[in-house]
Each structure stands twice: as C-alpha cells, then as structure tokens.
Design a protein around this ligand. Structure first.
Ligand SMILES: C[S@@+](CC[C@H](N)C(=O)[O-])C[C@H]1O[C@@H](n2cnc3c(N)ncnc32)[C@H](O)[C@@H]1O
Length: 298
C-alpha cells in the first residue's frame, strides 16, 4: 500500500498524534460503544441502512468508534482509514482488547488516489475529515473512485453558515490570555464540553481531543450544501438526501436521510435559510456539521 502523504497531511497527522480524536473514555468497552451508538439516532439509522455483508469504508476514522459500532454483531467488513498512525494504533488496541475481528485499519492519505482499490466499497462514510485537508474536493473525487456502482457515499462537513457560533467561540478563545482562563471560557460556552465535564475523569482524553479539534486546529475549511451538490453532480453521484433539510429538526429526519431514493427538491434560497436557521439550534451549538448522501450512477 502506498503511504505517501502531502505536507499538510503530515502536519495534520502530527497534530492528531498529540491527541487522537475522538478518543475512548477510560475503561470503555464494546457494550459501551453499542449503547452509545444505539442512542445516537444518526449512527443507529446508519447501521440499519448498512445492513449486512457490505464492504464499508470509514474514511478519516480517527480512533474509529463508528467503525467499531458498525462492526459489532454485523456481517459487514469495515475498512477504517486514517492518516494518523497513532489514532489507528489506539483503535487497533481497542479492537484487540474487545476481540472485534471484522475491521481492517489502513494508514493513508485520502488525497492519494492510489491508497485504495477502485470500484470496491458498497458504502463510504467520510465525516469531519475533508475540511481538515488542503484540498477537500480532491479528497472527495478520490472517494468517488473507491466506491462501487450503486454504492452510497455519505459526506459530513463543517457548514459555512451553521458553524458561526463555533467561529465566534474560537475567536474569543484565541484572544484570551492564559491557559486556565481559556479553559474556563470553553467549559462555560461550549455545550459539548459542558456535557463531558459532568464526568471529568472518564472523559479526560475526549475533552483534550475536543478542545484541540475545535479550537486549536491548524487546517479548517467550511462548506455549503450547494457546493457539495455540485461536487456530487460533477462526479457521477446522484444526491438522494441531505441534513438538515428543513427548519424543524427531528429524529425521524435521519430515517428519511438514509431511506430517500430521490432528492426532495427545495430552492437554493430555502437551503440557505435552513443553514442560517440552524445556527440557533443544537446543530449550530455543537459545531455546525451537515451531511449529504448520494448513490454512484456509473
Ligand atoms: C476530526 S477527526 C474526525 C474523526 C472521525 N471521522 C470522527 O468523526 O470522529 C479528523 C480525522 O481526519 C484525519 N485526516 C485528516 N486529513 C486526512 C487525510 N488527508 N487522509 C486521511 N485522514 C485524514 C485525521 O487524522 C483525523 O483522525
């Protein structure tokens, strides 16, 4: 396998090597991952959608919690790729400890088109990754090559509008002097940290990983739903759904997200308004990520 990485990818690897993301809780086990995955509507619906006997790529898996959840009690084979060897080592240690055998870890750069075989995967999931590369569109194009005809591609990216609250917090954080005051500020204003703080000891690795990932990152870009529609269109992928696609975020949206076979047409203006609207809800307060799913046409 060709492990060549770009200069930026090497810098990003160095960054995540200090705090592999998202990291495991102290003493976490397989059952904890299963319970957490079932509680999270997005991952639960994804697992139902994936079914069994599929080859699934988690591209930019970090410490591979999602791969782990999808692999437990399923006939699927998970391929967990990441540029950060240290994160993959943390993941592999967990799989070995928990005797999870249907996951293969792969170290590599998504910007390298020779890192994986072409037309191979039934499903590719890539969330929270491309916006940390120096060429998200190239990474996306490579993913479409690795996907089989009729296979599904799911992309999750930071939203240029919905991430406004994180952008403001990050700006204020950068202006505060002193580590202690910076931390204090984040523990008051970041809702994810407020939740994790309730179990400080158990979550100590996750807390470091979250602060670095959200507030100290060295490479970050932000995107829009229509930009990703264009990526899909120009690369033979038929977009079938996106999230959030309306003003009232409800848990059944994720069921629809995976089961829609045809894009529910909305206007460009509606999509802009939805992205702005969600600044003020839980999506905006927790980092402003959005998802687009589509099927490969040929
Ligand atoms: C924010 S973490 C997301 C991890 C995981 N997807 C999640 O949502 O929990 C970003 C991950 O992308 C990986 N990454 C960044 N650039 C990459 C690249 N060019 N190729 C492969 N992985 C990359 C990093 O090593 C890191 O583990």
């Amino acid at each position: 396998m060709n492990k060549k990485k770009t200069k930026t990818t090497e810098k990003v690897e160095n960054f995540y090597s200090k705090n592999p993301f998202p990291s495991y809780q102290v003493n976490e086990n397989k059952l904890d991952i299963l319970i957490k995955g079932d509680k999270n509507v997005l991952s639960k619906q994804f697992k139902i959608f994936a079914g069994s006997n599929k080859k699934i790529l988690e591209a930019g898996c970090g410490t591979a919690q999602l791969s782990c959840y999808l692999a437990i009690s399923s006939g699927n084979i998970l391929y967990s790729l990441d540029a950060t060897k240290k994160s993959l080592d943390v993941a592999q240690k967990f799989f070995d400890k928990e005797k999870i055998k249907n996951i293969k870890t792969i170290e590599g750069d998504l910007l390298n088109e020779n890192i994986l075989p072409y037309n191979f995967f039934d499903i590719i999931w890539c969330s929270g990754v491309l916006h940390h590369t120096d060429n998200p569109y190239l990474g996306f194009q490579n993913l479409t090559k690795f996907l089989k005809k009729d296979g599904y591609l799911i992309i999750g990216l930071y939203n240029r509008y919905t991430r406004l609250r994180t952008n403001i917090r990050r700006y204020v954080y950068s202006k505060i002097k002193g580590k202690k005051n910076k931390r204090r500020f984040l523990f008051i204003f970041d809702p994810i940290l407020r939740k994790m703080k309730k179990n400080l000891f158990k979550n100590r690795y996750k807390i470091f990983a979250w602060i670095m990932d959200q507030y100290d990152h060295i490479v970050e870009s932000q995107h829009t739903i229509d930009e990703v529609f264009e990526w899909f269109n120009n690369n033979g992928i038929q977009a079938t759904s996106y999230f959030p696609n309306n003003f009232n975020y409800s848990e059944t949206d994720f069921e629809k997200f995976f089961n829609d076979r045809k894009l529910n047409e909305t206007s460009f203006i509606e999509r802009i308004l939805v992205q702005i609207y969600h600044i003020f809800g839980s999506i905006g307060s927790e980092g402003g990520i959005f998802f687009v799913i589509g099927r490969k046409k040929n």
